[in-house]
Ligand binder design. Structure first.
Ligand SMILES: O=C(O)C(=O)C[C@H](O)C(=O)CO
Ligand SMILES: [Zn+2]
Length: 273
C-alpha cells in the first residue's frame, strides 16, 4: 500500500505565526514506518520526497507515484535509501543486500524498486538531470569529520555517504551524524543554507528519549519534540539543530542548487532568539 502526502512550501513569516499543531502539520515527519506500507511525503521544498517502506507480510513495490507525473518514480529522479533495523534487500537496477546504517544511492532510471526483508527503509528522493551509477555505501566507505567537544556536549562524527568526496549525484547530499555518549547537541552553532533544503530523521533513540529539534529563522526560532525515527523538514530559510535527552544519531539529506556541504551561513549566538 502506497500513501503520499503533499506538503506545500511555507514562507518564514507564515511559519512564525504557527502554533504547535500547525508547526507539526507542516514540518514534522512521523508515522512513515508502518508495517506493510510505503508512506511518502512529497515536499515542495526542492521537490524532495522523504518516506519509509516497511515490508511485513511480503515485499513492497514502489513504481508509479502520481505526484511525480512519470511512469516510474525514478524516471526523472534519484534516490537514497537508508536501512534501519534488521537486514533487508532492495531490488531495482540490481539486487542490494543492506544492513542497519547502509545507504543505497539509486541513479535516475534505476526502475521499479522492491523492498523486502526485515526492518525499515528510509527513502529520500529529489529530481535528477542525469544518471549517475547506483551504489551501495557502507559507513566505512563514507567520508567522515569529527566535530565538537565533550565539554560542549556536542562531540559527534558526521559521516558523508552521498557527498562529492565519495560519489557523484545530481542534487542529493546525504549522511548520518552520530553523537558520542554524553553529547546531545547537533548543529550548534547553527547554520542555514538558502541554496539547499534539508530533512532530518532522528534514529537510535530509546522509546522514552526525545530530541528537542530547533527550527525557524535564526532570530525567530521554534521547536518540535521528536521521538525515535521521527524527523523534521527544514526549509532553506530555517536553522536545523537539536538537543536530545540522550545521545542519538540522525540522517540528514539535502537537495537544491549545489552539492557543496560547506556552503552554509553560520549563525552567531548573538543572532539566535
Ligand atoms: O551535527 C551536525 O552539525 C550535522 O550533522 C549538520 C548536518 O550535516 C547539516 O546540517 C548539513 O548541512
Ligand atoms: Zn544544514
Amino acid at each position: 500500500m502506497l500513501n503520499v502526502e503533499t506538503r506545500h512550501a511555507i514562507d518564514p513569516a507564515t511559519a512564525a505565526t504557527f502554533d504547535t499543531t500547525e508547526l507539526r502539520e507542516h514540518f514534522h515527519v512521523s508515522n512513515i514506518f508502518v508495517p506493510g506500507e510505503i508512506n511518502l511525503i512529497y515536499t515542495h521544498y526542492d521537490r524532495m520526497i522523504v518516506g519509509g517502506a516497511t515490508p511485513a507480510e511480503g515485499p513492497l513495490e514502489l513504481d508509479h507515484v502520481a505526484e511525480c507525473g512519470t511512469a516510474s518514480i525514478l524516471d526523472r529522479r534519484e534516490m537514497t535509501i537508508v536501512k534501519l533495523g534488521g537486514p533487508g534487500k532492495v531490488t531495482a537496477d540490481a539486487e542490494y543486500d543492506m544492513v542497519h546504517g547502509d545507504m543505497l544511492y539509486l541513479g535516475m532510471g534505476a526502475g521499479k524498486i522492491t523492498f523486502s526483508g526485515e526492518g525499515r527503509f528510509y527513502i529520500i528522493s529529489a529530481p535528477a538531470h542525469q544518471t549517475y551509477p547506483s551504489r551501495l555505501i557502507k559507513i566505512a566507505e563514507a567520508a567522515n569529520v569529527t566535530l565538537g567537544a565533550a565539554e560542549n556536549c556536542n562531540e559527534r562524527t558526521i559521516y558523508q555517504f552521498v557527498h562529492p568526496d565519495v560519489m557523484k549525484s545530481c542534487q542529493l547530499v546525504v549522511g548520518m551524524t552520530k553523537l558520542q555518549k554524553g553529547s546531545i547537541w547537533n548543529t550548534m552553532p547553527a547554520h542555514v543554507h538558502d541554496r539547499r533544503m534539508e530533512a532530518y530523521l532522528y534514529i537510535d533513540l530509546d522509546e522514552s528519549a526525545r530530541v528537542i529539534h530547533l527550527m525557524g529563522e535564526p532570530d525567530e526560532t521554534r521547536h518540535l519534540v521528536l521521538k525515535n525515527e521521527e524527523g523534521a523538514i527544514s526549509p532553506p530559510w530555517s536553522i536545523h539543530s537539536g538537543a536530545g535527552t540522550s545521545n542519538y544519531a540522525f540522517i540528514w539529506a539535502m537537495a537544491g542548487d549545489n552539492v557543496d556541504y560547506k556552503d552554509v551561513e553560520m549563525v552567531s549566538m548573538e543572532t539566535l532568539k
